[in-house]
Design a protein around this ligand. Structure first.
Ligand SMILES: NC(=O)c1ccc[n+]([C@@H]2O[C@H](COP(=O)([O-])OP(=O)(O)OC[C@H]3O[C@@H](n4cnc5c(N)ncnc54)[C@H](OP(=O)(O)O)[C@@H]3O)[C@@H](O)[C@H]2O)c1
Length: 305
């Protein structure tokens, strides 16, 4: 099977290469070769590539910058998925599309279910919701996978930012009133591999089971709790860190251009009960990434001695 995978320089796209390779030949065009911002060109490129499965984690992900770059964010997150989904629907090609907890308004304390009412409060969230709507209304076989609080050992993310700051500063200051489950790109890729199954038929079966599913590690914490776990995990692994503590902040003490959701918890019942996929706890997933990150940091320290 020929699989088109977008966004392979990103956290999730990179991690998905391994499980997808077990399903078929992965085509991983660069941004230059498959630029979602130039959505008008995508149809003819898709004709040439002629994939039998499309997996689309690529997105405009700069949440704050999206407020100033609305048009670009819409092109990449909504207009491009629209083109891809229409092409896929015409050929009955399954499309696996990635979305986010930012489609919700982030209120309350109850984990979000797939069918809960959406209400994005940011441009980024609105563009991702428009992408979901486009994929759905194209009418082809599709699964929308919403994920949240993603990190990995590559790219720009909370784990790497905290690890860097912990080695530079005496203390870290992190918001403690936003809740979710930190989820490694690796854990997402493993879950996607499991639910996709091993062949074309299992993908169509998945698509008949659920058109939308939430994936996150199990359990919950705040960004502050996540930062504390990163700091203590680095110390346990004997990594040199300067920071002695993590100060907890309220959201209003750490202003950002875009309103951040207080509640990013996902209900994992559909993933577990219908798709038979259970997720590791966020602490277990973090341990795996910290083991890998610690090796890199130790090598850096050795090289600089
Ligand atoms: N990160 C999170 O915490 C989070 C949370 C919830 C949902 N999500 C969603 O999960 C998915 C994967 O996120 P991620 O964390 O892997 O994102 P990421 O690390 O920021 O990677 C984004 C990928 O999209 C590519 N891309 C951006 N603009 C493009 C364009 N115009 N044409 C082609 N490719 C383009 C990037 O390529 P370049 O390297 O060339 O920029 C990169 O490969 C996205 O749909 C995102 O909305 C992420």
């Amino acid at each position: 099977m020929k699989i088109l995978l977008t966004g392979t320089t990103g956290q999730v796209g990179r991690a998905l290469q391994l499980p997808l390779a077990g399903l078929g030949t992965v085509l991983a065009p660069t941004r230059r070769e498959f630029d979602l911002a130039r959505f008008e060109d995508l149809r003819s490129i898709l004709d040439q590539l002629n994939p039998e499965l499309i997996v689309n984690p690529a997105a405009y992900t700069a949440v704050d910058l999206a407020e100033d770059e609305r048009q670009l964010a819409y092109r990449v997150n909504a207009a491009a998925p629209n083109e891809i989904a229409r092409w896929a629907a015409r050929r009955n090609v399954p499309l696996i599309h990635f979305s986010t907890d930012y489609v919700f308004d982030g209120s309350g304390h109850i984990p979000w279910c797939e069918d809960d009412i959406t209400g994005p409060v940011s441009i980024y969230g609105a563009t991702k919701l428009a992408g979901e709507d486009a994929v759905r209304s194209a009418g082809g076989p599709h699964v929308i996978i919403r994920i949240s609080w993603v990190y990995s050992n590559h790219g720009r993310n909370f784990l790497l930012t905290m690890a860097k700051l912990a080695r530079e500063r005496d203390e870290l200051r992190v918001v403690a009133d936003q809740f979710g489950a930190p989820t490694s790109a690796r854990a997402i890729a493993t879950a996607v591999g499991k639910i996709l199954g091993t062949d074309r038929e299992s993908i169509h079966r998945l698509e008949r089971q659920a058109n939308i599913v939430h994936i996150a590690c199990s359990g919950e914490t705040s960004w502050h709790g996540f930062a504390c776990a990163i700091l203590s995990g680095l110390k346990q692994r004997a990594i040199n860190v300067k920071a002695a503590r993590v100060i907890s902040l309220r959201t209003d003490e750490y202003p950002t251009k875009t309103r951040r959701p207080h509640n990013s918890r996902f209900d994992l019942g559909k993933l577990r009960d219908i798709m038979g996929c259970s997720m590791p706890s966020w602490q277990e997933a973090l341990d795996v990434e910290l083991d890998e990150l610690s090796k890199v940091l130790r090598d850096c320290d050795r090289a600089s001695q």
